[in-house]
Structure formats: structure tokens, C-alpha cells
Write a protein that binds this ligand. Structure first.
Ligand code: PMP
Ligand code: GLN
Length: 376
């Protein structure tokens, strides 16, 4: 194997899910909803194949889905043309391909830690170097630290809001602060917005595309996996101004060419009836149910998630193990699987936090809580 693949580790999400299965533990680790999906999506997927939507879609996306997304974004004040929107097989692919289309060997890409685990391998396989900047102690962007990390070699910065794993949402002013830092440079922003439609307690979602000047130099990446609770469908879309879209499509045409046609048909039709507010409300109720059921277990939830479907928890009252060891112990002994926050840091530092996924049925949460109550 080439050196870059030697010693490659399995992602923490696959690792903890496998351990949960092996230990017969309740899986609150990997982020996926365990509820049934909307009946309409099942019907539409069958309808697509019956109506012969079974061959290659156009490279940039099935026109009916592209149009539905242009309209959907127009309704949230994001104006986008067909030259700026490309359907992708999931956000992981979108982030990888965006990086592949802009990185030149030796380029530096700034990443804010804690960060999603696919960013670093995607940068490195494309010949770039990740530069890490920690979020502050409240898990907010530290713009002074970002400023210090910018060099002549900085090609791009990756941001993520609503944030996995902290549940934090970037405010309008954060985007302006970022703009002030990069406005005199050529730096591109890669904005991972996969949890755009999961926001709580009146926290508003701002896309990087709501900022006119940043929009001109940004990729924004979205995933139907999160939007419609169908992580296994692996379909999403990416917005980029025309020139960046061209670069993106030049890689995309040889990496994947086009995306699952029946799924695109079903998604386009389903979008017509999608209720954004109800979606967030549904997950906010899940967050609140999880937190209220956990109230007698000695985890500390300092701040409620503002968005996403993850909740961080401190466990210092329970154990002084490192967070990875604690997650393994909790899975094996208490039969509840979580993700250690250290997995989102390059140096895998011990953080004292674990991440729970609360996008689960009530019975799943109740089962996890019953397991925990036997111990605590
Ligand atoms: N970015 C973040 C922050 C995520 O949590 C996920 C979760 N899966 C992804 C990207 C990847 O999304 P997809 O499944 O569409 O590839
Ligand atoms: N994004 C999901 C999470 O954070 C998992 C995706 C994956 O398993 N690669 O849990």
C-alpha cells in the first residue's frame, strides 16, 4: 500500500457502532435517526423506478431536483442559479471534491477543532496541509487565533454550522468577522452546513451564502441524509459561484459523474411538501426528551445543543478515565455507546466529554436510560 494508506484508522463512528453491536449496547454514538422515515419518501422512490427514472441523471443533477432546490433556497433568501448548484452523493463526497478541485500541492487549509473526521484525510490525499485552530472554551470561533493561522499558503478554511459535535450555530456577526479576516486575500471558504434544517430554541441558521461577499468565494455543502432523516440514501447538494462550480464539476465528472436517479426524483417531489419548522420542532422535542430522561444520571450538560442532533456531556462525576476509554467502558459495562470528543481533535487529546446522538425513538432513549440507571 502507498504510505498515505498505511496505518489508516477506522472512523470512530464505524468503530463505536461495531462495538455497540458486539456488546448489545444502545447505540447513541454514530449520528443517524432510528425512526421510520416519511412514508411519502418510500412511495416516491418506488414511483421513480416504476416511471423509469432508472438511467444516468445529468452530471449536475436531475433538472427537477435542481429546480426544486433553487426554489427551496429562494424561499430562505439564498438566490442561486443552475450554474451554481450541483447534486452530490452525500456531503462527505462534496467536501472531498471541493477540496480536490481547489488544492494545489503545499496549500494550507485551516480547520477549526473539534472538527468532523473526514476533513483531514480529504485535505491530505489531495496534497494539502491541515492547519488546526481550536474553538474557544465555549466552542465558538476564535477569530484572533484564525488570523494568526493565516499565511501566504492558506488556500481555504473549513467551517461547520450547525456544528458537529458541539451543536453550536454561527451567528450573523461571526460570518462578518470571518469576512474581515479574509477580504484582502484569495482564501476560499468551505462551509459544511449539513445540519442547516435542525435548529432549536429560536436560534436562526445563517448560511455562508447569506453573506453576499463571502458567497462569492464559498462552497456550501448540504445533505439530504440530515434533512430528511435518510443517512443511507447518500444524496446532497453543493452551492458554489460559477467559477468554483466549474472547477468542482471538472473533478466530479470523473469521480462519480452523476448521482442516483430514482433518489433524486423522490427528493424533488418530497421537497414540495417539506415543512422546515416541523423538522426542527421534531428534533427539539427529541433533544428535550433525552435531557429530561437523563436528569438523574450524573452527566453534566452545560449547554443545550443549539442545533444538529448531538449533545455533548461531561462525565467527571462518574469517572476519571480518558474520554475514549470512558466511551468503551460505558459501552461494555453500561450498554450505552457514545462518541468520545477526542476523536474530533487531531492530537486525540482527552477532553472529558462524550457526544450523545439524540435523534432516536423514545423507546431507544428509555432503554439507554434504564441501562444507565442500573449503574448510577
Ligand atoms: N459533515 C458533518 C458535520 C457531518 O456530521 C456529516 C455526517 N454524516 C457529514 C458531513 C457527512 O454527510 P453525508 O452522510 O451526507 O456524507
Ligand atoms: N456524521 C455522523 C456522525 O457524526 C456519522 C457519519 C459516519 O458514520 N461516517 O456521527
Amino acid at each position: 500500500l502507498p504510505k498515505k494508506h498505511q496505518g489508516a484508522e477506522t472512523t470512530i463512528f464505524a468503530e463505536m457502532t461495531a462495538l455497540a453491536l458486539q456488546e448489545n449496547a444502545v447505540n447513541l454514538s454514530q449520528g443517524f435517526p432510528d425512526d421510520d422515515i416519511h412514508q411519502n419518501l418510500k412511495i416516491l422512490l418506488a414511483e421513480a423506478t416504476a416511471k423509469n427514472f432508472n438511467q444516468y441523471a445529468p452530471m449536475n443533477g436531475l433538472p427537477m431536483l435542481v429546480e426544486a432546490l433553487i426554489y427551496f433556497n429562494h424561499n430562505r433568501n439564498i438566490s442561486v442559479s443552475q450554474h451554481e448548484l450541483t447534486i452530490i452523493p452525500g456531503a462527505t463526497y462534496g467536501i472531498y471534491t471541493a477540496l480536490a478541485s481547489v488544492i494545489e500541492p503545499g496549500d494550507e487549509i485551516i480547520i477549526l477543532e473539534p472538527h468532523y473526521d473526514s476533513y483531514v484525510p480529504a485535505i491530505e490525499t489531495n496534497g494539502g496541509f491541515p492547519v488546526f485552530v481550536s474553538l474557544n472554551e465555549k466552542f465558538e470561533a476564535d477569530f484572533d487565533a484564525i488570523k494568526k493561522a493565516i499565511t501566504q499558503k492558506t488556500k481555504a478554511i473549513i467551517i461547520n454550522s450547525p456544528h458537529n459535535p458541539t451543536g453550536k450555530i454561527w451567528k450573523k456577526d461571526d460570518y462578518e468577522q470571518l469576512y474581515q479576516l479574509i477580504k484582502d486575500t484569495e482564501i476560499i471558504v468551505i462551509s459544511d452546513e449539513v445540519y442547516d434544517l435542525i435548529t432549536f430554541d429560536g436560534h436562526e441558521f445563517y448560511s455562508i451564502w447569506h453573506h453576499p461577499a463571502l458567497r462569492a468565494r464559498s462552497f456550501a455543502i448540504f445533505s439530504f441524509g440530515k434533512m430528511f432523516h435518510i443517512t443511507g440514501w447518500k444524496v446532497g447538494y453543493i452551492l458554489a459561484p460559477e467559477e468554483l462550480s466549474k472547477a468542482f464539476r471538472s473533478v466530479h465528472q470523473y469521480l462519480c459523474f452523476s448521482v442516483n436517479t430514482p433518489a433524486q426524483y423522490a427528493l424533488a417531489k418530497h421537497l414540495e411538501h417539506f415543512d422546515v419548522k416541523a423538522n426542527s420542532q421534531y428534533l427539539q422535542e427529541k433533544r428535550d426528551f433525552f435531557l429530561s430522561e437523563m436528569k438523574d444520571i450524573p452527566f453534566h450538560f452545560n449547554e443545550k445543543a443549539e442545533g444538529s442532533y448531538f449533545q455533548l456531556a461531561k462525565y467527571h462525576e462518574i469517572s476519571d478515565l480518558g474520554d475514549k476509554e470512558f466511551s468503551i467502558w460505558l459501552t461494555k459495562e453500561c450498554k450505552v455507546a457514545t462518541i468520545p470528543l477526542s476523536a474530533f481533535y487531531q492530537d486525540q487529546r482527552n477532553t472529558g466529554f462524550v457526544r450523545f446522538c439524540f435523534a432516536k425513538k423514545e423507546e431507544t432513549v428509555l432503554k439507554a436510560v434504564a441501562h444507565l440507571k442500573r449503574y448510577f
